[in-house]
Design a binder for this molecule. Sequence first.
Ligand code: 2P0
Length: 314
Amino acid sequence: MNRASALAHPNIALVKYWGKQAGNHNIPATPSLSVTLDTLTTRTSVCESERDRVEINGSLVSDKKIEDFLVMLRAAHPLPPLLIESSNNFPTNAGLASSASGFAGLLTAIDAAFGLQMSPSERSIWARRGSGSAARSVFGGFVSLEETNGDWFARSILPMEAWALKVVVAITSETAKDVGSTEGMRRSEETSPYYSGWTESTKSDHAAGLSAVSHQDFSRLASIAESSCLKMYALMLSSRPPLFYWNGATLETISAVRELRNGGVPVFFTVDAGPQVKAICQDTVADVVVERLSRVPGVLRTLVCGLGPGAYVD
Ligand code: 2P0
């Protein structure tokens, strides 16, 4: 019986991906740059079964993204019907990148179970077809997703041990978001008057981000990442109907991060398609950041992550 399981971690984009190129290969409109986390974990196992079944956090689900992904993968690699069991130790579909760790882990487990012998770049390409951000969770530490030799896949740009940073996640809601990223991106592409400005400026943000990471220049990375996040949100707000992923506590937490930095604490914020705030800081100040963010009204709890590895067979 072919069977394997994999562990994968979400990643947090510092230069965001929001928008796709035309066509059905899920190719991003822009390059992106992220950090892979530790602590937050998705465990995915696959084995042969009589028919395809997907269980997420112990419940049988019907997931169109996974179904479509399996159709694409089977067109290239004959696979039997599968039982896929995936569980997260963090809220699912709430802006914590569960689809990133989900598809990176799924692809890694399928590759191992059926001896497909994919290279990391090939795994990243296939994970991207499932979910764009998943291409990045195949790798650890700092990761870039960009076009190379005519295809789009991620690569590691700085190993996780190289820069002692922490990511403090302020959870402001445990509820799943009401508009998924794929639909949200389509809405922004089709309706936001800012979309072309977003795609153009993100290319130079990505180049600047690569340079800031290679020099481990915290304050330059902070400025690039906050700007990318806020630009993405401007794009979301200017879509019709608008995409509101934040709540009041999201904004209060951002203010607290800005106050800390103005007071000399090396920390910056980023937010994804959800209400949680991620505060990236030097590891020496993580306790100060946790203490301050925990006192923001509406913050339910905080999680502290370091930088983590790419998806691996368990
Ligand atoms: C990112 N996000 O770069 C951005 C920032 C959310 C906000 O990638 O349609 O679930 O499956 O390719 O990967 C979330 O989008 O979208 C995402 P699909 P995905 O992390």
